[in-house]
Design a protein around this ligand. Sequence first.
Ligand code: ADP
Ligand code: TYD
Length: 202
Amino acid sequence: MNQAKFITFEGIDGAGKSTHVAFLADLLRAAGHAVVTTREPGGTALGEALRELLLHQRMHLETEALLMFAARREHLAQVIEPALARGDWVISDRFTDATFAYQGGGRGLSLDKLAALESWVHPHLQPDLTLLFDVPLAVARQRLAASRTLDKFEQEQADFFAATRLEYLRRAAEFPERFRIIDATRPIPDIHKMLEELIPTI
Ligand code: ADP
Ligand code: TYD
């Protein structure tokens, strides 16, 4: 529990990830850790500007993947790597698994191309823990419809999210040492309890 950890939250839109970031950060702070919370795409001034483009503008699939990794490069240099070097814990609402799931699974971009970008942008860094908030599509859609105006990704059709979710689950099976799948259909207090139980195991 002493060494700084890099924790990422993943899942399809509406799974409920963002709801739990602050809760986990508070738990870790209560355990005496300095914690940085951040998100992708975004986390820096340039990254947030790229996020605006990515979430609202149509573009070529490869442009989309390259911009995700460009924002990530800046995020790593300005936020994630300095925080970990200081000994702070980092919780990021999405990271590279999202690019594999959305641009790879959802949009069908070659996973080899994404792996090449990954090995360029962060050859040596992987999250210590990735929490995959998993829900059936119908539940995610219902939560989204009730909560906000939908962005470019959230307006995609069911088959896009089915393929995105499948790629997340495939990666969870490929990297079982860092992934934990959270049944995000459970009520929020149950998920908080699961996170409390998880802390001592990190
Ligand atoms: P994401 O970040 O995964 O897109 P959000 O955290 O923004 O999802 O949650 C989407 C909506 O679903 C919000 O209105 C949130 O309050 C609600 N929500 C999140 N988790 C749950 C849950 N376990 N049960 C019911 N509603 C939830
Ligand atoms: P997110 O911040 O989770 O959306 P919201 O604030 O609406 O909960 O993520 C923004 C969107 O960007 C989301 O639909 C997933 C998408 N995305 C990708 O397609 N690839 C990526 O690499 C990342 C980080 C996000």
